[in-house]
Design a protein around this ligand. Structure first.
Ligand SMILES: Nc1ncnc2c1ncn2[C@@H]1O[C@H](COP(=O)(O)OP(=O)(O)OP(=O)(O)O)[C@@H](O)[C@H]1O
Ligand SMILES: [Mg+2]
Length: 278
């Protein structure tokens, strides 16, 4: 049917994923019936890691597309390219995924324009087809094909929300930052630091998350906590590590930086060697 080497899209080693609830069983059930799935949740809370883990577990190839507002339908579907023999059709990532039976993960789908997003409609209802109008071909999706989309609710204005007709083609799973113990476990594992330090990082993050909507658009993500932990593992003093990985990325506002810095010193009161010198 197609001469694409699917093995390049297979995830060969088990990604580290720490379950936070029943999400593995729920996703597996949705995949079993080939239900399109929407993952909602703030940045850096584990959505992409979860999809990688599930693709590995289900032994399906994974094709990820980072969506942006300049993306056109052709970027997803494919286009004619000029070569020495004339024109040659090249499948886009969505078409490749539909042909080979991959999980197609459209990351940050809300960033794409609505006229781009609608190309997934016939693939995400009972039709499971993709019309390649320019090529004059109707692709029947491989039985194993599934669409997964992600987005961060709350970032977008009404203008940038998904259409109901798009949303209502998906089962949705909500992700959030895990409980203290679980998140500390994740950070300790990912950064290679002890659990106690990881727990303190999580506590700093929780302070910042309480400031969401009160001067911060978003609190510190698990991803940033892993960054901070990685710096600490490289012998950067915790306060400096937190400054670099947790405070500076979050805000350019001086007062807010002070507030966050105060949260850092609450949980990491020790004066670092570098600040002694300064
Ligand atoms: N449940 C988890 N198990 C293992 N690692 C996790 C988990 N949750 C978060 N992480 C860690 O957090 C990092 C960020 O997660 P990920 O990249 O999946 O976030 P995301 O939700 O896709 O964010 P974005 O919306 O910005 O793309 C991962 O690289 C991983 O280190
Ligand atoms: Mg992601």
């Amino acid at each position: 049917m197609s001469d694409i080497d699917t093995s390049q899209f297979l995830i060969k080693t088990e990604p580290y994923y720490r379950p936070v609830g029943d999400e593995i069983d729920q996703y597996a059930a949705a995949y079993d019936v080939r239900m399109p799935v929407m993952l909602k949740g703030p940045t850096g809370c584990g959505k992409s890691r979860f999809v990688e883990y599930m693709a590995w577990k289900l032994q399906r190839p994974l094709i990820t597309v980072a969506c942006n507002e300049d993306m056109t339908a052709s970027d997803l579907i494919g286009r004619f390219l000029l070569d020495i023999n004339g024109t040659k059709w090249q499948d886009g990532p969505l078409t490749v995924a539909a042909r080979i039976g991959a999980i197609c993960y459209l990351d940050e789908v809300v960033e794409a324009r609505q006229d781009t997003t609608v190309v997934i409609h016939p693939l995400t209802d009972h039709r499971r087809q993709l019309p390649l109008e320019k090529k004059g071909e109707l692709v029947d999706a491989h039985p194993d094909f599934q669409v997964v989309i992600s987005y961060n609710p709350g970032y977008q204005s009404m203008m940038k929300d998904l259409k109901q007709s798009t949303k209502q083609r998906f089962g949705a799973m909500s992700f959030d930052y895990p409980s203290t113990g679980t998140e500390a476990e994740i950070v300790a594992h990912e950064a290679g630091i002890d659990l106690k330090t990881a727990e303190r990082l999580v506590q700093v993050a929780q302070r910042s998350r309480n400031l969401k909507g009160h001067g911060l658009d978003e609190g510190m993500s698990t991803r940033l906590l892993v960054y901070a932990g990685q710096l600490i593992a490289k012998n950067i003093a915790p306060q400096a590590a937190c400054q670099m990985a947790l405070v500076e990325p979050l805000t350019d506002d001086g007062d807010m930086r002070d507030t966050l810095q105060a949260a850092v010193t609450t949980f990491f009161p020790e004066v670092s060697d570098s600040s002694k010198v300064a």
